[in-house]
Write a protein that binds this ligand. Sequence first.
Ligand SMILES: [Zn+2]
Length: 1025
Amino acid sequence: MESANHLNQQEYGAIERAPLPRNMIENSMFEEEPDVVDLAKESPSYHIDSDDVTYEPRSSRLLVRGLGENDMDEDEEDYESSARLLGMSFMNRSSSQRSAASSYTRQQPSNSCSPLSTKTTAVGVLILVLVVSMFMVIYFVPSCTFTKKGCQKSNSSMSSIYPISTSGELFPWTDLRLPVSVHPVHYNISLHPDLNSMTFQGNVSIVVLVVHETKNIVLHSSDMNIIKVTFDDKEYRFLEYKPWQQIAIKFPEDLKKGQYVLKFSYKANLSNSYDGFYNSSYVDTAGTKRVLAATQFEPLAARKAFPCFDEPAFKSTFVVKMTREAKYISLSNMPKIKTTDLNENGLQEDEFESSVKMSTYLVAFIVAEFSSHSKNVSKTTVSVYAVPDKKDQVHYALETACKLLKFYNTFFEIEYPLSKLDLVAIPDFLAGAMENWGLITFRETTLLVGNQSSRFDKQLVTSVIAHELAHQWFGNLVTMRWWNDLWLNEGFATYMQYMSIENVFPDLDIDIEFLNVRFKALAKDALNSSHPVSTFVSTPEQVEEMFDSVSYEKGASILLMLNATLRDGEFHKGVIEYLQNYNLSNTESKDLWNSLSQVSKQSLNVSEMMNTWTVHKGFPLVTVKRNGPQVTLSQEHFLLNAENGTDDSLWHIPLTYVNDSCSVLRSCKQVFHLKDKEATLQLPGQVKWLKFNFRSDGFYIVHYDEQGWSDLISALKVDVNVLPSEDKAALINNIFALSRLGKVSFRQVLNLMDYIRNETETAPLTEALSQLGQIYRLLDKRSDLNLASSMTTYIESHFGSLMESQSWEVETSVSKMTLRSALLETACALNRPNCTTQARRLFDQWLASNKTLQIPSDLMRTVFKVAAKTDEGWSKLLGSYKHSIYDTEKRKMLEALASTQDVRKIIWVLQKSLDGSEIQNQEFPLVIHTVCRDFAGYLYAWDFMKENWEKITQKFPIGSFAIQSIITSTTSQFSTKTHLAEVQNFFSSLGAKGSQMRIVQEAIETIKHNMRWMEKNLNTLQSWL
Ligand SMILES: [Zn+2]
């Protein structure tokens, strides 16, 4: 899946400023908002505190039962079953909550010797009675069913506590993970969606293989009304345990090993959220409302469309049949083999070929009125589908998909196995895109390209297509065994997307984007609330949360580091080896490392090195101290809030470096493997300076001693081209990070920044703007107007001449467009007269020409944002937004509409995007993000989010990247004690509805960090700026 986070990818560095004086924001909602003064008065009781909550391991002991990972001893089990019978909730899923709210924690002494109170004794007797009853119940139930290995294990009689199913009977399974005694082999799925009533009927027959004798079959099902269940043509009752979305069929006798057929008939509603089999609608250019039904199953929603064994390791084949009205078409993973007239009200049934062996989350089907264009590549027909109004916008995607398919077919040395590949633009779609095998679904913005679009817009579409196509191998052909290794799918697809584009579309300058992504991953991973790349997950919320920056961006970053370390195409060979070894099966991280180790002729132990990057959270800070030719290198965990003492994580770092005699060419690179806490590097001769982490290929931050920094800064001031642009951008990124950590003074930061006046390259300039922009926004949000205006002056003095020299004409280089858009967006946000005049001129010309005279697409957002500052401009933009059929353009209009400083308009935009009426619901996270960038919006957005939490989480699942983005946008610019308390209180009040999310910990940590940074630097900033 492609998360939608990157959709703001081109938003480097730009700074917006609230043009209104604070007192003009008249709305009373701000009256109660405390300013920076008088913050210490309140001392609310904090319910959540990142310091207090043991957030990891994120494992519930209860939930890993049966996995053999964490066997309990019997006393504990008794205690636990008693607790259960006394009414303690199974659904207390978070380990943190459990330790606070219930007594059956790991540490709980099971036979404590403390004196018993009467009450305790009474409870104890009750427990005893209940335990005995429990024993009696369990005695008559086959115990072997409850182990992972089915009935192989014969003596685990007391190993389980049964949840109560919907009917009141005990549910015969005790784990979120399914038993492995029964495997699905093949599914026949017949569906009939009714797009008038928004319901569907389904018949599913599953050929299952009993591999261990068992009396139960347990599988997933959610939000459906099952009418009939048969097993080998005999009807059975079923039990349902809704909290775990599981159903079970109990048999009186053990099922013998062998193959059987399990059938379900059911009815359900087409989902109103963005997952499962969901309904979507749009209004066509003639003003008619059109409806469609599409699927989004990853990670856990196939179970909402049909009963299934919904875990990635249960791969099977699928035949899909779809009944529809004649005006619609239907699509599924495989090519259609026939259409039958059903003669019932003109209905038709499409039948699709049997699929390759695949995981349930990759199954997909769509019923809609779409048009397409196709082309052949090798044995595959590639087609791009869109709503008929937009059928002319599919050509770029079609050409691009064909080129990339050819590239991957050759690169992986395994041909794409299906005879068709459809790419479909869905009008309302939450993720960026989803890699369903043979039927990839996209947002319209990530697939459709109008005639007027520039390379700047094409970069995004190309990236998303490259990512999803890479998944056809990484993810679809070879799949992670469980969601803990999601990075194997997402890290790899992200890495391949950049690598393939560099090869196939070098003029898209994708390297700048990839560098930016690595910086983003470092920022996230510097927090204590981060997690290892490979992390234990069990609950649905934990699975959702894996779709984050660590799985995608850190995953891709460590693969780049590995590829840069291996020689002679060993990485490429290892990847081919891995795909061939595990074709159509499931893997864990170690399988990838083993494949790479096998092909590597170096002495390098890939598994040993890479394990240090996947099992520890965070990344190392490498400190370089030089004494003549002797260089002392040391490593420590780079942790922004190192409050809990030191941690002794050690990484195997393939440390690269260059020096003044050779610093630009790739051949200059030297490598030193730092595995210990400290090591010494002996230089062969005299060097003036050293720069570590060449081209920023490695996932670590480097700190030099005072002389080391001075030498580098002096060298840059003498010759700006002494280092490649990635290295210069990394120096800027690292020095800001180090100042946050307190390792360098802000004076030192500004000293480096002085070189920037001579800089012309995109990567260092946009990184500098982005870093300064972050500080500016914090100052602005604290209403620290003097400092914010000093920062403005500073930015103008360093970037002003570059801002003035930018052209407003059509540009073709992506790198230049990226730089220009960042500079001019900042310039206009700072109200530089030349910028706003030019922007207004372009907007007026555009309106006067009835939108035929195009605004260069990289400048469109800047131009629209300036236009949206007036009432008239805003209304005209809104009109254009409603009528435009070009989604890339629409999105820029929406960002401009949401950037308004008029509170009434802000409220309107937030409400319309949440109810999905005039602004698509999928854009809500973007709207919140944009609103929060400015002073007027950010306080209101936080209140809006709190008030509408229930509604928001109905649309966007808890833990999902949409929710992650909404929380980050609304909280990351708080830097006061009052706001910290507010955020803590709000999230702790949510209980199971969100308090345990990792992103909440991250938000709290970020606010605390902002507070500390302000405390430390506010005074000194005043004298420095
Ligand atoms: Zn993906």
